[in-house]
Design a protein. Structure first.
Length: 234
């Protein structure tokens, strides 16, 4: 995934945010990747987020529900990707004042067009559809593909339990973000897209109205915009 370029193959430009590689390995998780959060969300036990250090009890101004579980553990990047092209534009503001955050680090990861994360698809390039960029003056823009909705695996603990109680296991389309900036509490969230059929019945209950961004067709290119609000550290 890149800023202002194709997925993971754009060349850096001095006037645009720069994408870097990053990774995290889930070897020590007590549950299969992502299932602890899914289980909590499916039964209303998700308090809006599993808080990161310093994020406990964060309440964003204006009732925004910007926090959400991190989801499947994240890794990194790749060349051209199959799917509907998407330009995503973000603003990162100080919650109380509404002023742009001067510099922020944005980690992001997503499923591909058919709903598979790279860690779930043996045929996917390593670290596919994952990246890191630096947002300057409170803004960033990236080019990727629209992620697909997906069903929680039926052979996992959460999928089996949802099936037994007669509930579907689908999750709406979304992109994961982790945003950090000096002087502000870190923010982990998922941004969903208006019009998705699973928005109202997300199987893990994480798709809140305040996390839904528009998805507009502008001359054949899908464009989405969202404003993130950070809470200052005390």
């Amino acid at each position: 995934m890149t800023a202002h370029g194709r997925v993971a193959d754009a060349q850096p430009r001095s006037d645009l945010p720069v994408v870097h590689a990053f990774g995290h390995q889930p070897e020590d998780l007590p549950f299969p990747a992502g299932e602890a959060g899914q289980l909590a969300g499916a039964f209303g036990l998700l308090p809006r987020a599993f808080p990161a250090p310093g994020q406990e009890g964060a309440q964003l101004p204006g009732g925004h529900e910007d926090l959400a579980l991190g989801g499947p553990p994240y890794r990194v990047g790749r060349p051209d990707e199959v799917g509907d092209p998407l330009v995503f534009r973000g603003r990162i503001l100080d919650g109380p004042s509404g002023r742009p955050v001067p510099t922020a680090l944005v980690d992001l990861w997503q499923a591909d067009a058919v709903g598979n994360y790279d860690i779930q698809d043996p045929g996917a390039p390593a670290f596919n559809l994952r990246g890191r960029l630096t947002a300057r003056d409170g803004t960033f823009e990236l080019r990727t593909v629209v992620p697909g909705a997906y069903e929680i695996p039926k052979n996992g603990a959460v999928g089996r339990l949802l099936k037994q109680i007669g509930r579907h296991a689908f999750r709406p389309r979304h992109i994961h973000f982790k945003i950090s900036a000096d002087g502000w509490q870190p923010l982990t969230t998922q941004i969903y897209f208006a019009g998705d059929q699973w928005i109202e019945s997300d199987s893990i209950g994480a798709a809140k109205p305040g996390l839904v961004a528009p998805l507009n067709d502008r001359e054949g290119v899908l464009v989405s915009e969202y404003t993130f609000r950070l809470t200052p550290r005390k």
